[in-house]
Design a protein around this ligand. Structure first.
Ligand code: FE
Ligand code: FE
Ligand code: ZN
Length: 275
């Protein structure tokens, strides 16, 4: 069965997210590990975690995707920016162990003028300091749109990061359809070629999750403005082909479209109607 869900607010805890996912026919979801603008995470509520784990099993929910705050920059130019990234990731990953077997996704970062190579080095260095051999969470690098000085705007840059990570068994990739489109990969016109390219450069076995978004901008725009499914330049038909593709259809799909819950529900229903 198709694994699809959407980004949900984590403010009421894990059990509430599972129950919300159920109301829109979702069997996975994504959430921010802490305020997306950074700051401290709330203490983990163990009762909530226990209740969530049994509810998720009952509903067939999972794997789920935790998303690091998007202000986290593992390759910032300032030491304190990189230190925050390191501490937040280490803390998030420690808490993820209470819900083992899920994914932790993060934006590789922006090199802010230091150059892509330096950025890649700093990101890998951070990962080498936070990954633990015994961890039960797979850390995902998200494919980026390439706005500003973002690292991870093409498959080669992501591959270079993976190559430098020692415990790379704990690493994977999350493919964001809006981002790769904005980065110049024509998933609407040439999906098979893009998937073949991903496999050649990174390896399809590394692909663990998909962010399912339309894009407000044309191919290669490097903008990163998500659109609702069918209201952007990729289009509903092309995104339906993504979801049904034999190389992808087993993955969890997370909608990050500009929607309220009912809108997400309609998009999930649309993709489920394709089965
Ligand atoms: Fe993201
Ligand atoms: Fe995304
Ligand atoms: Zn985005």
């Amino acid at each position: 069965m198709l694994k699809i869900g959407c980004h949900l607010s984590s403010s009421k805890g894990f059990l509430a997210m599972a129950n919300t996912a159920e109301t829109i026919n979702g069997n996975t979801f994504q959430f921010f590990t802490r305020n997306p603008r950074g700051g401290k995470a709330k203490d983990l509520d163990l009762k909530d975690v226990v209740a969530f784990r049994s509810r998720a099993e009952e509903l067939g929910i999972g794997p789920i995707v935790a998303h690091a705050p998007y202000t986290l920059n593992a390759c910032g130019a300032e030491e304190r920016v990189r230190e925050f990234a390191l501490e937040a990731m280490a803390d998030d990953l420690a808490r993820m162990e209470y819900i083992p077997g899920n994914y932790y996704n993060f934006h590789p970062g922006s090199h802010v003028g230091q150059g892509t190579e330096k950025g890649i080095e700093l990101i890998a260095d951070t990962l080498n300091r936070v990954l633990r051999p015994e961890q039960k969470t797979i850390v995902l690098l998200e494919t980026m749109a390439g706005k500003g000085s973002e690292v991870g705007r093409n498959f080669e840059e992501l591959r270079e990061i993976l190559d430098r990570v020692k415990l790379s068994d704990h690493m994977g990739i999350c493919l964001d359809t809006c981002h790769v489109w904005d980065g110049g990969y024509d998933i609407a016109g040439h999906l098979d070629e893009v998937i073949t390219e991903f496999d050649r450069v990174i390896g399809l076995d590394r692909l663990k999750a998909v962010h399912l978004n339309d894009s407000q901008n044309p191919l290669g725009a490097r903008k990163d403005r998500h659109a609702r499914i069918g209201e952007g330049r990729i289009g509903a038909e092309a995104l339906a082909r993504v979801v049904k593709h034999p190389a992808l259809r087993h993955l969890p799909f997370e909608l990050e479209t500009p929607n309220e819950l009912d809108g997400y529900g309609r998009e999930i229903a649309f993709f489920r109607s394709l089965e």
